[in-house]
Write a new protein. Structure first.
Length: 117
């Protein structure tokens, strides 16, 4: 089964770090990914830019409503993800517990599913 670990972080957390702190945390995440690769569990990962660079699109009838970030009502954002191949949800949760980001963010575990479910 395929699981996604979503890294959910406070919207202003990145701006509160020094560049050195950010690089150190990023290095820890890269090492976590390499460890997953060595175990054959890793399918992919990406870090996402801040929601300052994001846009939200909604269709209302034939009209597109586009809202550029940052989004004032948002207290959290998806900062990145890991895509994993795991046998069970319990295995994915165990991996999430090992994720360095769990120390400063929330790691949400989600199983991928067909769109019709």
């Amino acid at each position: 089964m395929t699981y996604m670990l979503l890294i959910v972080e406070p919207t202003e957390q990145r701006e509160s770090r020094t560049e050195a702190e950010g690089r150190e945390l990023y290095a820890r995440m890269l090492q976590f990914g390499e460890n997953l690769k060595s175990k054959g569990l890793f399918l992919g990962s990406e870090s996402l830019r801040s929601q300052t660079d994001a846009a939200r699109v909604q269709m209302r009838g034939n009209k597109a409503v586009v809202m550029d970030g940052p989004f004032a009502e948002a207290k959290e954002m998806i900062g990145g993800f890991f895509l994993l191949s795991c046998e069970t949800k319990a295995e994915a949760i165990a991996i999430a517990k090992e994720c360095p980001a769990a120390q400063w963010c929330t790691v949400e575990v989600r199983e991928l599913a067909p769109c019709y479910m």
